[in-house]
Design a protein around this ligand. Sequence first.
Ligand SMILES: *Cc1c(COP(=O)(O)O)cnc(C)c1O
Length: 397
Amino acid sequence: MNSRLERELTEFLTSLKEEGLYKEERIIESSQGRKILVGGKTVLNFCANNYLGLSDDKRVIRAAADAMETFGFGLSSVRFICGTQTLHKQLEQAISSFLRTEDTILFSSCYDANAALFEPLLGEEDAVISDELNHASIIDGIRLSKAGRFRYKHSDMNALEQALKASASARRRLIITDGVFSMDGDVAKLKEICALAETYDALVAVDDSHATGYLGETGRGSVELCGVEGKVDIITTTFGKACGGASGGCISGRKPLIDLYRQRARPYLFSNTLAPAICGGTLKVLSILQEDHSLRKRTLANADHFRNLLKTAGFDLIDATTAIVAVMVYKEAKAVEFAEKLLNEGIYVIGFSYPVVPKGKARIRVQLSASHTTEDIERAAKAFISVGKTIGIITEL
Ligand SMILES: *Cc1c(COP(=O)(O)O)cnc(C)c1O
């Protein structure tokens, strides 16, 4: 590396720090959970995707360990060479049955699932129509395909309809949306989206990473919550959030589509198979979810309670009904300061800023879990209110 490049990088990184955009990683010295050890201090954790509190669930850990004992540590292969075990087929079947789809294909992550989603299905003569707030992995997946690109204003159904009209000459059209938008916590208007797709003969794909496991009557996600099961052609999701939080993801949907991905999806063909422990642990999560709906109810009740406490105190929240509570701060440096002061109070949250959210829209994203107790939530709200007043985010009522 020459000295000019080194100087340029140093200047860039320094400017990130000055703008409050530099992401520091805090080191956790314990397992993931409601309480974690950070820098020698035990804090209450409100920034994990551990919506159901299953990340350190003893039953899941046991099942993962058993799978590892029986099927080994790794496969040292991609699926189609010698990386498919009975466990992989069982997990694919269990997900299809849980999501009520025809078939499922596993990936190392949902990032990979989204990287795989577009390129095999859509060519130059096709179009993909995407919500402007879709997850980065969707944006990157779209970049890998040659399809025409249409982006519509967030959840704006008129804008979506305009895009459907503008893409009328395409051979195939695919509408893609997050089920729950990760930075705002709102749910996609899937009923309206599916109705428009039917009118204009487009396919619908939903990335339900922030919903699978806890949203909807039986935890089947935003697709269930919005009553559009059977109308969504493709679901992608992760096992890295509510479903145990280890890693892994999938595409689930109509059988011919899944068959296509097995033949042509590059992240599937050229990347290692899922480790047995992940398959065994995720299978256990799915069986817990079918028997026990108390976890998901607690997640949502906890989120409602926290949201109400902050709303009453005068915080500016993005309107949502999921386990994500976005507390708007706007200024990047202020969001960093807010999160730091909360950590001093024993509440671990993260300030999100560009490029994760638009510039000038910095926020604290609070994520509630079934594992939080009412006391945890009230303690966190109290800390938000006292720090919020100290740094001028809310005023004395
Ligand atoms: C978290 C997330 C992903 C990435 O999932 P991984 O399995 O961690 O790669 C993809 N899409 C959305 C909408 C997400 O929220």
